[in-house]
Design a protein around this ligand. Structure first.
Ligand SMILES: Nc1nc2c(ncn2[C@@H]2O[C@H](COP(=O)(O)OP(=O)(O)OP(=O)(O)O)[C@@H](O)[C@H]2O)c(=O)[nH]1
Ligand SMILES: [Mg+2]
Length: 238
């Protein structure tokens, strides 16, 4: 709990048997519940998560791989059903520093619907691989233009969402794979919900990423698709 508020952390995990226990062991004490969503991993991700002795941890398993966005939605749904107030996301690959969670959660408690990490404004930003910085800056510029939101690190997955906002969103419609942060930002903007960014550490260490250069093109498609849908529904309701 932070103050009187119940905090949940959703942990999307696909092929994270090597890192998931280490990651779970670092979740701060004020977090009330941790939902690990094993996205049909072919390795021992579920067993590694289950081996962590922590009553806060529960495991959600997808029968087939559905993507990181779908994994997060499964976690959000479980956390909403259990009555949590703030739904944070920390990836199972241990790339998010636990000390950076509290400012994200506090931004939501202070009134933001959604708080996102921003690695580009952190002093260690140059430690991010060049391709990540270039691709992220491009996708952020496109998402900013399409949503009108003042965001500059759209691809950062370290976030906190107010349960009140989550329960108004069409979660089942969210893009299930890597474009989900962009899609979510456009959905929030279309509803006039507030988004803030908070500096977080960029961590690139011993994890393996599923992200490839071609994802920039597919994420661009996600942004354009949502932009067109929002524009169409705005025209119809005008
Ligand atoms: N690649 C991949 N990751 C998934 C999937 N479902 C859940 N995840 C988890 O989502 C998290 C983020 O995935 P990554 O591929 O590392 O993407 P990222 O961290 O945004 O990108 P990097 O900055 O390159 O590490 C990890 O904890 C994965 O285990 C999936 O279908 N594919
Ligand atoms: Mg990663």
């Amino acid at each position: 709990m932070l103050g009187a508020f119940r905090i949940a952390v959703v942990v999307p995990a696909f092929g994270e048997e090597r890192l998931i226990a280490r990651m779970l062991g670092r979740v701060p004490a004020y977090v009330d519940a941790i939902y690990v969503v094993d996205d049909a991993s072919r390795d021992g991700t579920s067993a590694a998560a289950a081996s962590v002795v922590d009553p806060r941890v529960s495991l959600v398993r997808h029968a087939e791989n559905r993507g990181v966005g779908a994994a997060i939605v499964s976690g959000y749904r479980a956390a909403l059903a259990d009555g949590h107030d703030v739904l944070a996301v920390m990836a199972g690959d241990d790339q998010m520093h636990p000390d950076d969670l509290e400012p994200l959660v506090r931004a939501v408690l202070a009134g933001a619907a959604y708080a996102k990490g921003n690695r580009f404004v952190h002093a260690d930003a140059r430690r991010m691989p060049f391709g990540r910085r270039a691709g992220g800056a491009f996708l952020s510029a496109v998402t900013r233009a399409a949503s009108g939101l003042a965001v500059s690190d759209t691809q950062c997955g370290f976030t906190a969402l107010a349960a009140t906002a989550a329960s108004t969103l069409p979660l089942g419609e969210l893009w299930p794979r890597y474009g989900y942060p962009n899609d979510l930002l456009l959905l929030l903007a279309a509803r006039g919900l507030s988004v803030v960014e908070v500096p977080v550490r960029p961590i690139y260490a011993d994890e393996r990423s599923g992200l490839r250069a071609w994802h920039v093109v597919s994420i661009l498609g996600v942004v354009l698709r949502r932009y067109a849908r929002v524009a169409r529904s705005t025209r119809i309701s005008a």
